[in-house]
Design a protein around this ligand. Structure first.
Ligand SMILES: O=C(O)CCC(=O)C(=O)O
Ligand SMILES: [Fe+2]
Length: 520
């Protein structure tokens, strides 16, 4: 019986069939992986136990620096025998090889209901879909693993024993630097909310825009990952995705949201993702050190970036974030469909030229991306145009511009539109507008209109400045900000995919909300 989840069918039922590898999302950002020059810190843990005091101190310093600078590091000589990993992988394989119909069954291996996850049923775009299946086993559940799978239980117990020892060492070092209450890590093996995640990534069959695991941060204090030799894990540093080299000797450690909060942002919970392997499967095992639900986290440092909050509170907030994002996403999709429909056909004839340009923008962008003979550098150029025109149209009082701003999804833009629309300009672009449909003619006409658009924008800027008195500089600054704003990271609701699975939200969003609510 087939063990693999029905990814293709599921994917097609969400996004339509057959999947062509091209979507309306400009958000996948899968191509910008840079590896040259940057090397993930590798920390030799043997210095902690065997080394001289000076070596021990150097090792501690390296780890703390890595947590601050990278939020990621690799550890070698951790003392876990390689047989432990081999046995764990064997059990993991056996588990994933069980028939799919069994794995989805409630109480499979006496595990809890949501322990087996695959794909992402809540994805609203292919870029939110993860081509993986995973078992999520909390420490509390290990002892419940059924006797029928005794090997699994004993192997998992052994693995957790070993990995928790290493986690204990790392957490103690990291927390010591913070001068906060270190009770959080008294006995990691007893933190029943901590969990193992067994991941199996399937070869990319749904197109290059679909991730193995969508970009996310971990909710944990720290996560320790063991992976096979296939690779695919990438982390984000200075705006670039960097590949983490797999190694059978090294474990990869990353800082999670809880340590970022505890350290008042000193340690970084860094965004990471997995690119689907090509023609091969990939296995990994992640151990997440998490507090008890009722544990209250208080950050170190002044001024405090985050108020005191419990882990439960954080998780619940995150779940709300996820729900809202999904609802918002679906609403935006419908809005865009409405807007497109509205401006297709006869109605479009009455629409101003710029608006039809806007509606066609995603297609235009794709067209030029594919056609290298045209001198358009990237879809960024088009998206910046989209923003500029949204602003302009909003300023001229066209309500649909709000819809498109919503679709772009950036609050700076929306706020700007709200303000600008109060100042009705007398400029009418409609006079010079004719309906256009093809990307080339659109661009040509846009070029012809270039100067008047520029003038209109200048006029609006002047109006805004006048209205705000001597706030011209401020306005210009906001304007520059809107112009340099990168749309990619706002369009991707990265919270949705992985976070739905793990019921967690974006630290930036989740904790910011907490701060705001708590700033009394
Ligand atoms: O499998 C990997 O390389 C990363 C897994 C991961 O990030 C996770 O499970 O949160
Ligand atoms: Fe992760």
């Amino acid at each position: 019986m087939a063990s693999q989840p029905p990814f293709k069918t599921n994917f097609s039922s969400i996004f339509g069939s057959p999947y062509s590898g091209s979507t309306n999302d400009n958000n996948t950002d899968t191509t910008t992986v840079h590896t040259g020059g940057l090397k993930l810190p590798v920390i030799d843990l043997s210095h902690l136990t065997n080394g001289e005091e000076i070596e021990r101190k150097r090792c501690v310093k390296q780890m703390v620096e890595a947590a601050k600078e990278w939020g990621f590091f690799q550890i070698v000589n951790h003392g876990i025998p390689k047989e432990v990993f081999e046995m764990m992988f064997l059990e993991e394989k056996k588990l994933f090889d069980r028939p799919f119909s069994e794995k989805v069954r409630e109480n499979f291996s006496d595990l809890s209901k949501n322990c087996y996850r695959w794909g992402n049923p809540n994805a609203t775009s292919p870029a939110q879909y993860s081509l993986l299946e995973a078992f999520h086993i909390t420490l509390a559940e290990i002892s419940c693993l059924s006797d029928n799978h005794n090997n699994l239980r004993t192997t998992v117990e052994m693995y957790v024993q070993e990995i928790a020892r290493v986690a204990q060492m790392i957490c103690e070092i990291l927390v010591k630097k913070l001068k906060v209450n270190s009770n959080y890590f008294e006995n990691i093996r007893e933190l029943k909310n901590s969990f193992l995640r067994l991941n199996k990534y399937h070869p990319s069959v749904l197109g290059s825009e679909v991730f193995g695991l969508v970009p996310h941060t971990d909710t944990s204090f720290i996560t320790i990952l063991f992976q096979d030799r296939i690779g695919g894990l990438e982390l984000k540093k200075n705006g670039q995705w960097i590949r983490v080299k797999p190694s059978s000797e090294a474990l990869t450690v990353n800082i999670g949201d809880m340590f970022q909060a505890l350290s008042n942002g000193l340690y970084q919970s860094v965004k990471h993702r997995v690119i689907s392997p090509v023609n091969i499967e990939r296995l990994s095992i992640a151990f997440f050190v998490c507090p008890y639900l009722e544990t209250e986290l208080e950050c170190y440092g002044n001024p405090k970036k985050y108020r005191r909050f419990s882990f439960r509170e954080y998780k619940e907030q995150s779940e709300r974030d996820v729900k809202e994002t999904v609802t918002r996403e679906l609403k935006l999709k419908n809005d865009l469909a409405d807007a497109t429909e509205c401006f297709n056909g006869s109605k479009v004839k009455r629409a101003p030229f710029l608006f039809s340009w806007l509606v066609n923008l995603p297609n235009v962008s794709k067209h030029f991306q594919r056609n290298s003979t045209l001198k358009v550098k990237s879809s960024n150029v088009f998206l910046m145009e989209l923003i500029r025109k949204c602003l302009l149209l909003g300023a001229l009082g066209y309500r649909p511009a709000f819809l498109l701003a919503e679709t772009v999804g950036d609050h700076v833009l929306r706020e700007k539109l709200k303000k600008l629309s109060l100042i009705r300009s007398s400029i009418s672009l409609e006079q010079s507008c004719t309906l256009v449909t093809t990307p080339t003619t659109l661009l040509e006409q846009e070029k012809n209109l270039g100067t008047s658009v520029g003038k209109a924008i200048d006029f609006i800027k002047a109006q805004v400045s006048k209205k705000k008195g001597n706030e011209t500089e401020k306005t210009n600054m906001r304007w520059r900000k809107a112009k340099t704003w990168s749309p990619f990271f706002h369009i991707v609701p990265e919270r949705v995919g992985r976070r739905i699975e793990s019921a967690k939200g974006k630290l930036r969003v989740g904790l910011k909300l907490l701060v705001e609510e708590g700033s009394k």
